[in-house]
Ligand binder design. Structure first.
Ligand code: ES4
Ligand code: ZN
Length: 320
């Protein structure tokens, strides 16, 4: 049990599918996995860049078929997150990744939402669900899915933008984000993970996002850094993810200490914990070991996460 209470703001629920659960769900659903066994699958968690991870991430989703599958995956994450000290989680899901495989929107949304509905009572974690759109698929498709989510009154608090970043700038998604704004939804987007600082600027100026997922490449643009500091735009940084996807060479080379030093509003998140070698507590522990962060610095990172959440006022005050 790790006792630094925090909010997890950058988490892809499909990225919490652990190898053992992949095999359990495959057996339950009669899915023939293209792996010789558990160890063969685990041996494939060696990535060279974002795309090499995304290929495995999308492939493993084939085991998710029923509402119960989505609910079981979500419950497993919440149980593990509670042990990691997470008290509030804003969870992204990728509806298009399921729709393209013939899984209905209701199946994935209702499955995840049913586990979230019991989360506070069962795990002490308040939650919000965020529908993320795949930027390497057409924006028209994203807009159609958003309309379908609104029509079914899906219990989402906001929208995000993920998947392969380079070559798919935020500017293509203005209509989707405008529709979300009209519908009263919160807006976030991945930017500056593999993509250039300009994508961070576009996400802020063209999409009106309230948080940036990753954002580490902002450091290449001094004017952008100054703006992010002045506006205190939350950056949901994922240190172990950046190491595993080779955005940085080793954790020692990670820019988090520099980001803190510059006064950026950063917090620590796990992204796709089943794929990147750990949950929020693992990220905190390795940061502590690598950089010798003080208790004060760790508390600042945790408080930043709670302040940057879309949590309602009463619970935020209780957690701070
Ligand atoms: C993702 Cl690390 C990362 N980046 C972009 N899209 C994603 N989807 C799941 N994980
Ligand atoms: Zn992410």
């Amino acid at each position: 049990m790790f006792d630094l209470p925090s909010a997890e703001l950058h988490l892809h629920i499909e990225g919490t599918l652990e190898p053992e659960l992949i095999f359990d769900l495959a057996a339950r659903n009669g899915v023939d996995l293209p792996y010789a066994g558990l160890q063969d699958l685990k041996d494939r968690y060696e990535f060279t860049d974002l795309q090499s991870f995304l290929d495995l991430y999308y492939s493993n989703m084939q085991v998710l078929r029923t509402e119960a599958d989505f609910a079981d995956m979500t419950r497993a994450y919440l149980r593990r997150a509670a042990a990691a000290g997470v008290r509030h989680a804003e969870i992204m899901m990728d509806p298009q990744a399921h729709l393209v495989r013939g899984v209905a929107l209701e199946t994935c949304v209702n499955g995840v939402a049913s586990a979230l509905a019991d989360s506070e009572a069962e795990f002490g974690i308040s939650t919000g669900l965020i529908a993320a759109f795949l930027r390497d698929r057409p924006a028209e498709e994203a807009l159609e899915v958003l309309e379908a989510l609104l029509a079914m009154d899906a219990p989402i608090i906001g929208i995000g933008l993920d998947s392969a970043e380079v070559g798919h700038p935020p500017s293509g998604f203005t209509a989707v984000y405008e529709r979300a704004r009209q519908a009263g939804l919160r807006r976030i987007a991945h930017a500056g993970e593999e993509g250039p600082p300009e994508y961070v600027r576009e996400a802020l100026d063209l999409l009106g996002v309230e948080r940036i997922d990753h954002g580490i490449r902002c450091l290449e643009d001094d004017a952008l850094v100054r703006r992010l500091v002045v506006e205190q735009v939350p950056l949901t940084v994922c240190p172990l993810s950046n190491v595993r996807l080779r955005a940085v060479d080793t954790l020692k080379d990670h820019p988090l200490p520099a980001m803190l030093e510059r006064g950026l509003n950063v917090c620590v998140n796990s992204d796709d914990p089943a794929y990147f070698g750990g949950y929020v507590d693992d990220n905190f522990r390795q940061l502590e070991q690598t950089f010798g962060f003080s208790a004060d610095q760790l508390a600042t990172l945790a408080a930043n996460s709670i302040r940057s959440s879309f949590i309602d006022g009463g619970r935020r005050d209780a957690l701070l």
